[in-house]
Design a protein. Structure first.
Length: 747
């Protein structure tokens, strides 16, 4: 090939990113005379050197490693690569001796909060150039930008500086202080009260700490959402599509001012949408989903029945190896000191890919290679490409319908059918949310009418490549888009999707067999989990056992009169409901309750024990696990299930002179109180909660179930079901049985 970097001393930023790791691979494999300093930040407790070791094991280096062997790779890297740990301004030793700086580090998210986008793409870049100036260094800098720095424009844009008069320093100051202003607004009483009300409605049953945590999480999310919208609004007010393109444009301007203005050499490479490799290191190499890929995969899964793209707009795509080759070609050629060079590395001008052509190729691919769904191959709906107005009206109708349906289902009793409906509504809601997000993020790119002139890029290719098929070239005219999409790119990203799915997706995990190991406790809630009867039913059974013909009708009337109060208490706090309802036991004699529990009420309770639950308890005991039944209800009634468990824990009712007062003997062990009890219980008895099991049916059980390594939602109410799906907890449906009258409990 014609590109030769000789013995250049190179500083590479962004080496762990998509483009950066591909540049590093090319330097190591195709430019053996170079020595490379890579600037890498530590990640948590992982130092930069270990991150480089991990990087070298990635797929981009696999062909090279297979060709020369792992030992040779380690030797070459040790000899030629130096790792500098730090931010962009930390250049390492002897920066004045650098010949080249290849700057590819940046945040490429379209929806970063404004302070984060500016912190990386503007402040960090300013730090890099200022550090080079302070060190007296004079390398040729190849600055990797994006073609979309040209902003929201139509028609042909040439390869040159972007025409604007935005003061990057003023915008940087405003962006970096935005979080303080928004954070202050989030702490105002009226705003906090709103977060608190929403949290109480969502997780009030779990307990006050859950409400506090949800409130603070909502506040922080609100701050980030406001800052994302701040960035998008400010960018659009200045003529860019989003904070990403705005900050990349301002980074170019500061490079022009600081570096080029100081009499140094500057080449700016502007790729369009970067996707998988066409040739090198192998066809289809990609590292994570890129700009168009989430959209593609969502369509393949049937999640995007429509999208507001313009069918005849041009989706400007370029393979990643073409970008790398262009960067190194720019680095290998002489750059003047009095002006910057600009290269658009894209396909829209020379080999355009209309959006409808890309869609046709994607649809044909997924029809031939459908993605399996829960009910067989995913069926794809053809896109009609509605305009923005029609699309928005349709979205609002669907979002309103989904919201109303969710409100209706939320008022239905929990059950298998309700959970099935809830699961479908959740999936539909996720799909709508995905469509809304994609339409906001990508609409500007799939409705674009801008064309990036690539005259200078084609001239650079002609001067450095050995022809259109040169492995080190970047001639976009040679790309066959149908073949690239159907034979290279789509197989690559669908394979990657299957790899992610194999590691675990949103589906429910399979039940693992019970291991026989010490230190394991299995905690079972009672009502709704082991017993198919609630506190109201148990109370009415007791009253019925009094053989007073008026007792049950009288108590039913009393309960119905108090029902609104009970329901409100149940929504707010499970403990409040239990305290309130158990007041009805006031005046009952303890010996009567005990007699009823050992007689007809006990038989009713045993008939309502769930056989699946008792089988699971027996399996735990067979595995040597300690089993505990925990209830916030009446301890005397819970004793009916005691023979099946190693231990029963209940609050109990207070009595005076053998008569129930209606008060609890101690606070009910429910919600966060049960979580506190569980921690103390495990510490006192030496149980390992990470290995242990928990079984509950209500959202109030979330606080203690999450402490266990194996939480199971049994016949869950709607809110616990949603939590279980989100956290991938096991969901079990245990059926009622009536055979316990003749079924002895284990001894």
């Amino acid at each position: 090939m014609s590109i030769d970097l000789g013995d250049a001393r190179v500083l590479l930023t962004g080496a762990t990113g998509f483009v950066g790791q591909a540049i590093l691979e090319r330097l190591l494999t195709s430019h053996p005379g170079t020595t490379i300093t890579v600037l890498i930040r530590p990640r948590g407790t992982i130092p930069a050197a270990r991150r480089l070791d991990s990087l070298l094991r990635k797929a981009v280096f696999a062909p090279w490693t297979e060709a020369v062997g792992e030992d040779e790779v380690r030797r070459i890297v040790a000899e030629r690569v130096r790792v500098v740990e730090g931010a962009l301004g930390d250049l390492g030793p002897e920066p004045e001796k650098l010949d080249l700086v290849l700057h590819s580090a940046s945040s490429v998210n379209f929806d970063d909060p404004i302070d984060k986008a500016f912190g990386t793409n503007v402040s960090g870049v300013a730090g890099l150039y200022q550090a080079l100036l302070d060190a007296g260094a004079d390398p040729h800098v190849v600055h990797v930008s994006t073609a979309y720095v040209n902003g929201a424009r139509k028609g042909l844009v040439t390869e040159g500086p972007v025409d604007h008069d935005v003061d990057w320093r003023a915008e940087e100051r405003a962006a970096l202080t935005a979080r303080d202003r928004v954070d202050e607004a989030s702490r105002r009483p009226a705003q906090l009260r709103q977060f608190l009300r929403e949290a109480q409605q969502a997780v009030g049953k779990v307990g006050p700490q859950a409400v506090a945590e949800a409130t603070e999480a909502a506040r922080r999310a609100w701050v980030d959402d406001q800052l994302v919208e701040h960035g998008r609004a400010r960018a659009q007010s200045l003529g860019w599509t989003d904070a990403y393109t705005l900050t990349k444009a301002l980074a170019e301007r500061l490079a022009e001012e600081l570096w080029l203005g100081g009499g140094h050499r500057l080449s700016i490479v502007r790729p369009s949408i970067i996707e998988s490799a066409l040739r090198h290191p192998y066809p289809g190499w990609i590292d994570g989903f890129k700009v168009a890929d989430p959209l593609i995969m969502a369509y393949g899964r049937g999640q995007l029945p429509e999208f507001p793209g313009l069918p005849d707009s041009v989706l400007d795509v370029v393979p990643v190896d073409f970008v790398v080759n262009a960067v190194l070609a720019a680095a290998a050629t002489a750059a003047p000191r009095d002006r910057a060079r600009y290269f658009h590395i894209g396909s829209g001008a020379t080999n355009p890919l209309p959006f409808h052509q890309m869609y046709d190729s994607i649809r044909a691919y997924f029809i031939e290679h459908p993605i399996p769904g829960a009910n067989g191959p995913t069926r794809l709906q053809p896109w009609q490409f509605p305009g923005g107005v029609r699309f928005e009206a349709s979205m609002k109708r669907k979002e309103t319908g989904a919201r109303l349906a969710a409100q209706v289902v939320s008022k239905l009793p929990a059950g298998e059918r309700t959970r099935e409906w809830l699961g479908k509504l959740d999936a539909a809601g996720r799909d709508l949310g995905l469509l809304r997000k994609f339409s906001e993020l990508y609409r500007a790119y799939v409705q674009s009418e801008v064309v990036f002139d690539d005259t200078q890029a084609r001239a650079l290719h002609a001067a450095t490549a050995d022809g259109p098929d040169d492995d080190a070239g970047f001639d976009v005219a040679a790309i066959d888009w149908r073949r690239y999409l159907q034979d290279v790119h789509l197989p690559a990203i669908t394979t990657m999707t299957r790899a992610f799915s194999a590691r675990g997706g949103r589906g429910e995990p399979a039940r693992r067999p019970l291991a026989e190991e010490p230190g394991v406790v299995a905690i079972f809630d009672m009502e709704g989990t082991v017993l198919h009867a609630n506190l109201v039913q148990q109370y009415l059974w007791l009253r019925n056992a009094e053989r007073d013909a008026t007792a049950v009708p009288r108590e039913v009337t009393k309960i119905l009169a108090l029902l609104p109060r009970y329901l409100a208490a149940e929504r707010r706090d499970r403990s409040e409901f239990i305290r309130s309802f158990l007041r009805l036991h006031k005046g009952m004699r303890v010996e009567d309750v005990q007699r009823y529990a050992s007689g007809r009420v006990g038989r009713r309770l045993r008939e309502h024990l769930l056989s699946d639950a008792l089988d699971r308890v027996a399996a735990h005991r067979s595995a040597g696990h300690h089993t505990v039944l925990v209830t916030g209800g009446v301890d005397i009634l819970a004793d009916v299930a005691a023979p099946y468990f190693d231990e029963v824990v209940a609050s109990g009712l207070h009595a005076r002179d053998g008569v129930l007062t209606g008060y609890l003997a101690s606070p009910p062990i429910v919600g966060e109180a049960r979580a506190a009890w569980l921690r103390s219980y495990a510490d006192a008895h030496g149980f390992d909660l990470d290995k242990s099991y928990g079984y509950g049916d209500s959202q109030a059980d979330t606080s203690w179930l999450q402490l266990l390594g194996n939480p199971v939602a049994v016949n869950p109410d709607q809110r616990l079901f949603k939590v279980a799906r989100e956290r991938r907890w096991e969901v079990a449906v245990w059926k009622r049985t009536a055979d316990h009258g003749a079924r002895p409990g284990p001894q």
